[in-house]
Write a protein that binds this ligand. Sequence first.
Ligand SMILES: N[C@@H](CCC(=O)N[C@@H](CS)C(=O)NCC(=O)O)C(=O)O
Length: 248
Amino acid sequence: MIFSLYLPPAEIEDAIPLIWWLSGLTCTDDNFSQKGGFQEYAAKHKVAIAIPDTSPRGDNIPDSNDWDLGQGASFYVDATQEPWAENYHMYTYITQELTQIMHDLVPGYSGKESIIGHSMGGHGALMIGLKNSNRFSSISAFAPILNPIQVPWGIKAFNAYLGSEESTWHEWDATSLIKQMDQIPPILITQGTADTFYDVQLQEDAFMKAAQNKPVQYDKKDGYDHSYFTISTFIGQHIAFHVEQLNK
Ligand SMILES: N[C@@H](CCC(=O)N[C@@H](CS)C(=O)NCC(=O)O)C(=O)O
Protein backbone atom coordinates (compact mmCIF):
# COMPACT_ATOMS: atom_id res chain seq x y z
CA MET A 1 0.00 0.00 0.00
CA ILE A 2 1.14 3.52 -0.86
CA PHE A 3 0.36 6.64 1.17
CA SER A 4 1.53 10.22 1.64
CA LEU A 5 2.22 11.97 4.92
CA TYR A 6 2.71 15.72 5.28
CA LEU A 7 4.79 16.82 8.28
CA PRO A 8 4.75 20.51 9.26
CA PRO A 9 7.86 22.46 10.19
CA ALA A 10 7.94 22.15 13.98
CA GLU A 11 10.09 22.49 17.06
CA ILE A 12 10.98 19.50 19.21
CA GLU A 13 8.55 20.63 21.95
CA ASP A 14 5.53 21.02 19.60
CA ALA A 15 2.62 18.57 19.98
CA ILE A 16 1.43 17.69 16.47
CA PRO A 17 -2.16 16.52 15.77
CA LEU A 18 -2.99 14.36 12.75
CA ILE A 19 -5.68 15.09 10.16
CA TRP A 20 -6.64 12.27 7.78
CA TRP A 21 -7.64 13.07 4.17
CA LEU A 22 -9.62 10.51 2.13
CA SER A 23 -9.88 11.14 -1.62
CA GLY A 24 -12.68 10.32 -4.04
CA LEU A 25 -13.25 7.96 -6.96
CA THR A 26 -10.32 7.46 -9.37
CA CYS A 27 -7.84 9.23 -7.06
CA THR A 28 -4.54 8.11 -5.56
CA ASP A 29 -2.77 9.77 -2.64
CA ASP A 30 -1.30 12.22 -5.19
CA ASN A 31 -4.47 14.16 -6.09
CA PHE A 32 -4.77 15.93 -2.75
CA SER A 33 -1.00 16.32 -2.33
CA GLN A 34 -0.68 18.00 -5.72
CA LYS A 35 -3.96 19.94 -6.01
CA GLY A 36 -5.41 20.29 -2.50
CA GLY A 37 -3.43 23.41 -1.60
CA PHE A 38 -3.41 22.44 2.08
CA GLN A 39 0.32 22.74 2.82
CA GLU A 40 0.29 26.45 3.73
CA TYR A 41 -2.48 25.91 6.31
CA ALA A 42 -1.08 22.67 7.71
CA ALA A 43 2.29 24.38 8.16
CA LYS A 44 0.75 27.45 9.82
CA HIS A 45 -1.32 25.38 12.27
CA LYS A 46 1.37 22.70 12.76
CA VAL A 47 -0.76 19.69 11.86
CA ALA A 48 0.33 16.51 10.08
CA ILE A 49 -1.83 15.27 7.18
CA ALA A 50 -2.22 11.55 6.43
CA ILE A 51 -3.26 10.75 2.84
CA PRO A 52 -4.01 7.06 2.14
CA ASP A 53 -4.60 5.65 -1.33
CA THR A 54 -8.26 5.01 -2.23
CA SER A 55 -7.94 1.21 -2.58
CA PRO A 56 -5.47 -1.64 -2.76
CA ARG A 57 -3.45 -1.57 -6.02
CA GLY A 58 -1.50 -3.88 -8.28
CA ASP A 59 -1.70 -6.37 -11.14
CA ASN A 60 -2.68 -9.21 -8.79
CA ILE A 61 -5.41 -7.20 -7.07
CA PRO A 62 -9.01 -7.58 -8.31
CA ASP A 63 -10.29 -4.68 -10.43
CA SER A 64 -13.23 -3.88 -12.71
CA ASN A 65 -13.49 -2.14 -16.07
CA ASP A 66 -15.64 0.54 -14.46
CA TRP A 67 -13.98 3.64 -12.99
CA ASP A 68 -16.37 3.62 -10.02
CA LEU A 69 -15.63 0.06 -8.82
CA GLY A 70 -12.43 -1.75 -7.85
CA GLN A 71 -9.03 -0.06 -7.79
CA GLY A 72 -9.47 3.64 -6.98
CA ALA A 73 -13.00 3.00 -5.70
CA SER A 74 -12.90 1.02 -2.43
CA PHE A 75 -15.61 3.03 -0.64
CA TYR A 76 -13.44 2.47 2.47
CA VAL A 77 -15.43 -0.61 3.61
CA ASP A 78 -14.28 -4.11 4.55
CA ALA A 79 -15.52 -6.23 1.62
CA THR A 80 -17.13 -9.58 2.33
CA GLN A 81 -17.83 -10.71 -1.25
CA GLU A 82 -15.67 -12.34 -3.92
CA PRO A 83 -13.44 -11.34 -5.62
CA TRP A 84 -12.91 -8.37 -3.27
CA ALA A 85 -12.96 -10.02 0.16
CA GLU A 86 -9.28 -10.94 0.29
CA ASN A 87 -7.77 -7.49 -0.40
CA TYR A 88 -10.41 -4.79 -0.01
CA HIS A 89 -10.20 -4.19 3.74
CA MET A 90 -9.76 -0.44 3.56
CA TYR A 91 -11.72 0.25 6.77
CA THR A 92 -9.49 -1.99 8.87
CA TYR A 93 -6.38 -0.87 6.99
CA ILE A 94 -7.07 2.81 7.73
CA THR A 95 -8.42 2.51 11.26
CA GLN A 96 -5.82 -0.01 12.50
CA GLU A 97 -2.79 -0.87 10.36
CA LEU A 98 -2.14 2.55 8.78
CA THR A 99 -3.11 4.29 12.03
CA GLN A 100 -0.24 2.61 13.84
CA ILE A 101 2.18 3.48 11.05
CA MET A 102 1.08 7.13 10.98
CA HIS A 103 1.26 7.53 14.75
CA ASP A 104 4.81 6.16 14.68
CA LEU A 105 5.83 8.47 11.80
CA VAL A 106 4.63 11.79 13.27
CA PRO A 107 7.31 13.27 15.55
CA GLY A 108 5.69 14.74 18.68
CA TYR A 109 2.30 13.25 17.82
CA SER A 110 -0.25 14.79 20.22
CA GLY A 111 -2.69 11.85 20.17
CA LYS A 112 -5.45 14.02 18.65
CA GLU A 113 -7.00 13.20 15.25
CA SER A 114 -9.59 14.57 12.84
CA ILE A 115 -10.74 13.33 9.44
CA ILE A 116 -11.68 15.01 6.11
CA GLY A 117 -12.73 13.53 2.79
CA HIS A 118 -14.01 14.33 -0.69
CA SER A 119 -16.93 12.66 -2.49
CA MET A 120 -16.41 8.88 -1.96
CA GLY A 121 -13.78 9.98 0.57
CA GLY A 122 -16.37 12.29 2.15
CA HIS A 123 -18.50 9.21 2.70
CA GLY A 124 -15.38 7.50 4.08
CA ALA A 125 -14.57 10.36 6.46
CA LEU A 126 -18.12 10.61 7.80
CA MET A 127 -18.53 6.84 8.11
CA ILE A 128 -15.13 6.27 9.77
CA GLY A 129 -15.51 9.38 11.95
CA LEU A 130 -18.99 8.42 13.15
CA LYS A 131 -18.08 4.75 13.74
CA ASN A 132 -15.11 5.94 15.83
CA SER A 133 -16.68 9.04 17.36
CA ASN A 134 -14.57 8.88 20.53
CA ARG A 135 -11.38 8.89 18.52
CA PHE A 136 -11.90 11.84 16.14
CA SER A 137 -12.18 15.41 17.48
CA SER A 138 -14.04 16.57 14.36
CA ILE A 139 -15.13 15.44 10.90
CA SER A 140 -15.44 17.35 7.63
CA ALA A 141 -16.21 16.66 4.00
CA PHE A 142 -16.31 18.22 0.55
CA ALA A 143 -19.20 17.07 -1.67
CA PRO A 144 -19.66 13.83 0.29
CA ILE A 145 -21.77 10.84 -0.71
CA LEU A 146 -23.95 11.30 2.37
CA ASN A 147 -26.32 8.38 1.92
CA PRO A 148 -24.54 5.78 -0.26
CA ILE A 149 -27.22 3.11 0.24
CA GLN A 150 -29.70 5.34 -1.63
CA VAL A 151 -27.64 6.52 -4.63
CA PRO A 152 -26.28 4.79 -7.77
CA TRP A 153 -22.54 4.94 -6.88
CA GLY A 154 -23.11 3.52 -3.41
CA ILE A 155 -25.70 0.90 -4.37
CA LYS A 156 -23.37 -0.46 -7.06
CA ALA A 157 -20.33 -0.57 -4.75
CA PHE A 158 -22.13 -1.95 -1.69
CA ASN A 159 -23.75 -4.70 -3.79
CA ALA A 160 -20.33 -5.70 -5.08
CA TYR A 161 -18.35 -5.43 -1.83
CA LEU A 162 -20.98 -6.34 0.77
CA GLY A 163 -23.51 -8.41 -1.19
CA SER A 164 -27.16 -7.89 -1.99
CA GLU A 165 -28.42 -8.23 1.60
CA GLU A 166 -29.14 -4.55 2.31
CA SER A 167 -29.30 -4.98 6.08
CA THR A 168 -25.49 -5.34 6.01
CA TRP A 169 -25.11 -1.93 4.36
CA HIS A 170 -26.33 0.33 7.17
CA GLU A 171 -23.21 0.13 9.31
CA TRP A 172 -21.29 1.71 6.40
CA ASP A 173 -23.80 4.49 5.65
CA ALA A 174 -23.32 7.92 7.27
CA THR A 175 -27.04 8.72 7.28
CA SER A 176 -27.94 5.42 8.98
CA LEU A 177 -25.10 5.90 11.49
CA ILE A 178 -25.88 9.50 12.47
CA LYS A 179 -29.59 8.68 12.86
CA GLN A 180 -28.87 6.34 15.77
CA MET A 181 -26.27 8.51 17.56
CA ASP A 182 -26.80 11.02 20.37
CA GLN A 183 -23.27 12.43 20.67
CA ILE A 184 -21.22 13.16 17.57
CA PRO A 185 -18.03 15.12 16.88
CA PRO A 186 -18.69 18.50 15.19
CA ILE A 187 -19.11 18.10 11.43
CA LEU A 188 -18.48 20.63 8.61
CA ILE A 189 -19.65 19.91 5.06
CA THR A 190 -18.94 22.06 1.99
CA GLN A 191 -21.03 21.42 -1.14
CA GLY A 192 -20.82 23.39 -4.40
CA THR A 193 -24.15 24.06 -6.11
CA ALA A 194 -22.61 23.66 -9.61
CA ASP A 195 -21.35 20.17 -8.77
CA THR A 196 -22.68 17.92 -11.55
CA PHE A 197 -22.94 14.97 -9.11
CA TYR A 198 -24.93 16.95 -6.54
CA ASP A 199 -28.53 16.08 -7.46
CA VAL A 200 -28.14 12.36 -8.08
CA GLN A 201 -25.22 11.20 -5.89
CA LEU A 202 -24.67 13.74 -3.11
CA GLN A 203 -28.16 14.84 -1.99
CA GLU A 204 -28.21 16.10 1.61
CA ASP A 205 -31.92 15.88 2.58
CA ALA A 206 -31.94 12.46 4.27
CA PHE A 207 -28.64 13.10 6.06
CA MET A 208 -29.66 16.53 7.34
CA LYS A 209 -33.00 15.15 8.55
CA ALA A 210 -31.16 12.41 10.46
CA ALA A 211 -28.68 15.02 11.77
CA GLN A 212 -31.33 17.34 13.20
CA ASN A 213 -30.25 18.99 16.48
CA LYS A 214 -26.71 17.66 16.03
CA PRO A 215 -23.61 19.81 15.44
CA VAL A 216 -23.54 19.67 11.63
CA GLN A 217 -22.70 22.77 9.56
CA TYR A 218 -23.73 22.28 5.91
CA ASP A 219 -22.27 25.07 3.72
CA LYS A 220 -23.56 25.38 0.16
CA LYS A 221 -21.21 27.34 -2.08
CA ASP A 222 -22.89 29.02 -5.01
CA GLY A 223 -21.38 28.13 -8.38
CA TYR A 224 -18.64 25.84 -7.09
CA ASP A 225 -18.13 22.42 -8.71
CA HIS A 226 -16.86 18.94 -7.73
CA SER A 227 -13.20 19.66 -8.45
CA TYR A 228 -10.01 20.20 -6.53
CA PHE A 229 -10.36 23.93 -7.39
CA THR A 230 -13.25 23.97 -4.92
CA ILE A 231 -11.27 21.96 -2.40
CA SER A 232 -8.21 24.21 -2.61
CA THR A 233 -10.45 27.28 -2.23
CA PHE A 234 -12.01 26.12 1.05
CA ILE A 235 -9.41 23.75 2.53
CA GLY A 236 -8.09 26.56 4.74
CA GLN A 237 -11.53 26.87 6.36
CA HIS A 238 -11.68 23.11 6.93
CA ILE A 239 -8.23 22.94 8.52
CA ALA A 240 -9.06 25.92 10.77
CA PHE A 241 -12.31 24.18 11.80
CA HIS A 242 -10.41 21.03 12.77
CA VAL A 243 -7.59 22.89 14.53
CA GLU A 244 -10.12 24.63 16.80
CA GLN A 245 -11.39 21.20 17.95
CA LEU A 246 -7.95 19.53 18.04
CA ASN A 247 -6.54 22.24 20.32
CA LYS A 248 -9.39 22.10 22.86
N1 LIG B 1 -13.70 9.79 -13.76
C1 LIG B 1 -14.96 10.43 -13.63
C2 LIG B 1 -14.89 11.60 -12.69
C3 LIG B 1 -14.57 11.16 -11.33
C4 LIG B 1 -14.37 12.31 -10.41
O1 LIG B 1 -14.86 13.44 -10.58
N2 LIG B 1 -13.63 12.01 -9.40
C5 LIG B 1 -13.39 12.96 -8.37
C6 LIG B 1 -13.73 12.33 -7.05
S1 LIG B 1 -15.38 11.67 -7.05
C7 LIG B 1 -11.94 13.37 -8.37
O2 LIG B 1 -11.44 13.82 -7.35
N3 LIG B 1 -11.24 13.20 -9.49
C8 LIG B 1 -9.82 13.39 -9.55
C9 LIG B 1 -9.38 14.81 -9.70
O3 LIG B 1 -10.19 15.72 -9.97
O4 LIG B 1 -8.15 15.06 -9.52
C10 LIG B 1 -15.38 10.89 -14.96
O5 LIG B 1 -14.57 10.85 -15.84
O6 LIG B 1 -16.55 11.35 -15.08
